[in-house]
Design a protein around this ligand. Structure first.
Ligand SMILES: [Zn+2]
Length: 345
């Protein structure tokens, strides 16, 4: 099969389009003909070998987590998924045996791994995954829209819906509207919860797109002070929930924007991972700071269902042929995009 793989960590030049052996499935796996896969920030970190993603690389390694396509083979123990099913793959791999997995708390699995980070991924014509990670797609959902869902909607869902339990009468601050996570979180907070949404972005053009997506207020941080604007927009109260996937660069302003009783969820640290935490303010204001990594298997089923009903949708910036994965990485690194970048084998 054709695939995009790396033999060493490094810049975009280490991405190689070429032949790799077809994946061989185990009794509980499915093999999927990939019709679309999404580019995520973690793919770039894995390519570079930074943020804990360094690999031995004694074999070529295929990048990519999110994928949607057609099931072409199922393992001997698989009963729920059939050949020819259209599916999206949840890239968070869990053991299915530890007490957390048995309790359905997959995000706490004691031996997790990630498709494309620790195992061969979806930048390929074929990918294998455990059958329990495949979610069947409604006819209304295209492969491209489906492939763009898991890595951005799962952590957003985990933070906003389950962990912070955002309410319709509350206000959420979603940092960085133009990223995949930003576009997902704005829609969940607005279309699923019905909360008031304040978001941040760098340009007026991106601000316009964020409003189109449902944001009530957009702070253009290149010329506006986030903390000051949040104060004005909330009449000094602050926001009830912050969804932060950018980390260090925005923590000072965002954490000071949190209302008493506020919940601050972190699912990424793209600008850096260290922060000064004002512990005194935290207990005086009864605030919670928490992290999430992806979500539960059942979350993706609910996300797919809502996407099929068009309550939420993937925001796709551009679709590239698989062989142009390096160009897609370049666009993501340039931070000029609004929404997801998709590769099509
Ligand atoms: Zn487990």
């Amino acid at each position: 099969m054709k695939a995009v793989y790396i033999r060493e960590h490094g810049g975009r030049e280490v991405l190689t389009y070429g032949d790799m052996p077809d994946p061989v499935i185990g009794p509980n796996d499915v093999k999927v003909r990939v019709r679309a896969c999404a580019v995520n920030r973690v793919d770039i970190f894995t390519r570079l070998g930074v943020r804990g993603t360094r690999l031995g690389l004694d074999q070529p390694h295929i990048l990519g987590g999110d994928a949607a396509g057609d099931v072409v083979e199922v393992g001997s123990e698989v009963t729920r998924i059939r050949v020819r099913d259209r599916v999206v793959i949840n890239p968070k791999l869990t053991c299915s045996q530890c007490h957390y997995c048995i309790a359905g708390q997959h995000e706490l699995c004691i031996s997790p791994s990630m498709l494309g980070s620790t195992t061969n991924g979806s930048y390929a014509e074929l990918v294998k995954a455990p059958a329990v990670n495949a979610v069947r797609l409604p006819d209304s959902l295209s492969y491209e829209y489906a492939a763009a869902l898991p890595t951005v909607f799962l952590p957003s869902w985990n933070i906003l819906i389950r962990s912070a339990q955002l309410k319709s009468w509350e206000t959420a601050l979603i940092l960085s509207a133009s990223s995949g996570v930003g576009t997902a979180a704005i829609q969940l907070a607005k279309n699923v919860v019905g909360a008031r949404v304040i978001t941040t972005t760098s340009t007026d053009e991106k601000a316009r797109m964020a409003r189109e997506l449902g944001a009530d207020e957009v702070i253009v941080y290149s010329r506006e002070d986030i903390e000051q604007r949040v104060k004005e927009l909330t009449e000094g109260r602050g926001v009830n929930v912050v969804l932060d996937h950018v980390g260090e660069g925005f923590w000072p302003a965002a954490s000071r924007s949190l209302a008493p009783g506020g919940r601050y969820g972190i699912c990424g640290v793209t600008t850096g991972y260290k922060a000064d935490l004002q512990m005194g303010l935290m207990f005086l204001r009864n605030q919670t700071v928490f992290g999430v990594f992806m979500g539960r298997k059942e979350d993706l089923r609910q996300i797919v269902d809502l996407a099929g009903k068009r309550v939420i949708k993937s925001v796709i910036h551009r679709v590239f042929p698989l062989r142009d994965a390096a160009k897609a990485h370049e666009v993501m690194e340039s931070q000029q995009s609004f929404g997801k970048l998709i590769l099509r084998p």
